[in-house]
Ligand binder design. Structure first.
Ligand SMILES: *Cc1c(COP(=O)(O)O)cnc(C)c1O
Length: 350
């Protein structure tokens, strides 16, 4: 090792699902939306005057933050916008978690949380979810440096009721509590209203799943003006222009079409509903999902083998070689046609 390498910040990075590109593939491995973004987004791109790109974007992502404030009935200063919710969550970790006490999040949850904690040198503990993969709220009633809960949780798909989230927030007036609602549009109760009651509660959302815009990279947080201004100060200390002009305009446009949004979310929920008995018929145990994906394990066949056999057929699902969940598959809910092809392939494999 060269001496300069002693000064390198080394991290074990988060590993996202693969992005293969086969013309015939069925891609159900990264919880992307099978439907296109709202038609207005295509119209913005088509009519886009590139001369606008000479200018820097508005550092406060004005049109987008304003539209978000309107949509969620909060003030402009209650909104923080970032490059996907990963950027928003990373900024929140950096901003709010510099205490000596460990932050807490479940042992089975979004696997980016421990990566940010490691990157920023934040101590953390991961209370185990129970046998049924349910979060035990009492585990979060101990002294801590902050709390992060994904609701619905990933990859378990389980949503906890609003009263459960409020109990955790109420027991933690001395920490910042982050609720990651990446999947809330597909089920469960949002904690958004609670941000008006609890100054220390931050709700984080994304355009990547329910708004079909993973490629545009838009995420946002809603919280008290105090929380948001602390995040802005940190963000403006390393990059003032995180949002591109295009993502600001396309994001704002997407919010204007509520009808399309509701229609596509409902369609995914219907496909999810009809997929459960199909998978059960094939011998899978399916957890009760409030998300746009299903978490399943087979009574006889090993998850890893099914995962690999599906891959040979260019059907991509997600497999995690991790303790407690290494016999599960995470399957994104696609279109009805995609799911039918998945079921046919599974019938062959099994
Ligand atoms: C997908 C996901 C995110 C991040 O999505 P972005 O594309 O960065 O907005 C955050 N949290 C959870 C739990 C997710 O599944």
């Amino acid at each position: 090792m060269a001496l300069w390498e002693n000064n390198v910040r080394t991290v074990e990075p988060y590993v996202p699902g693969e992005q293969p590109s086969f013309p015939d593939m069925i891609k159900l491995n990264t919880n992307e939306n099978p439907y296109p973004p709202a038609p207005g987004v295509a119209a913005v791109l088509k009519g886009f005057d590139t001369d606008v790109l000479r200018r820097y974007p508005k550092p406060d992502a004005h049109e987008l933050a304003e539209q978000l404030a309107k949509e969620y009935n909060v003030g402009f200063n209650n909104v923080f916008v970032g490059v996907g919710s990963d950027d928003v969550l990373g900024t929140a970790f950096l901003t709010f978690f510099k205490g000596r006490l460990p932050i807490l999040f479940p042992d089975i949850t979004y696997s980016f949380y421990p990566v940010w904690a490691e990157l920023y040198g934040i101590p953390y503990e991961t209370p185990a979810v129970d046998e049924d993969f349910r979060i035990r709220k009492e585990d979060y009633y101990q002294m801590n440096g902050g709390i992060v809960i994904a609701n619905p949780n990933a990859p378990t798909t389980i949503a906890e009721p609003l009263s459960f989230i409020e109990d955790i927030v109420r027991h933690n007036a001395d920490s910042v509590v982050i609720v990651d609602e990446a999947y809330i549009d597909f089920g469960g109760e949002s904690a958004l209203e609670l941000t008006k009651k609890y100054e220390n509660l931050l709700v984080v959302r994304t355009f990547s799943k329910s708004r079909s815009m993973a490629g545009m990279r838009i995420g946002f947080a809603i919280g008290s003006e105090k929380l948001i201004s602390y995040m802005m100060a940190v963000r403006n200390s390393y990059n003032s222009y995180t949002m591109t002009t295009l993502s600001i305009l396309c994001g704002a446009e997407s919010l204007k079409d509520r009808g399309y949004f509701t229609k596509t979310v409902e369609r995914i929920k219907e496909t999810r509903k009809r997929s459960v008995p199909e998978l059960e018929k094939l011998g899978f145990k399916v957890l009760d999902s409030s998300a746009n994906f299903l978490f399943v394990s087979h009574e006889k066949a090993a998850a890893k083998e099914i995962f690999e056999k599906l891959k040979e057929k260019h059907i991509f699902v997600r497999y995690f070689a991790k303790p407690r969940i290494d016999n599960y598959l995470r399957i994104t809910v696609g279109t009805d046609e995609e799911m039918d092809r998945l079921f046919a392939a599974l019938r062959e494999i099994l």
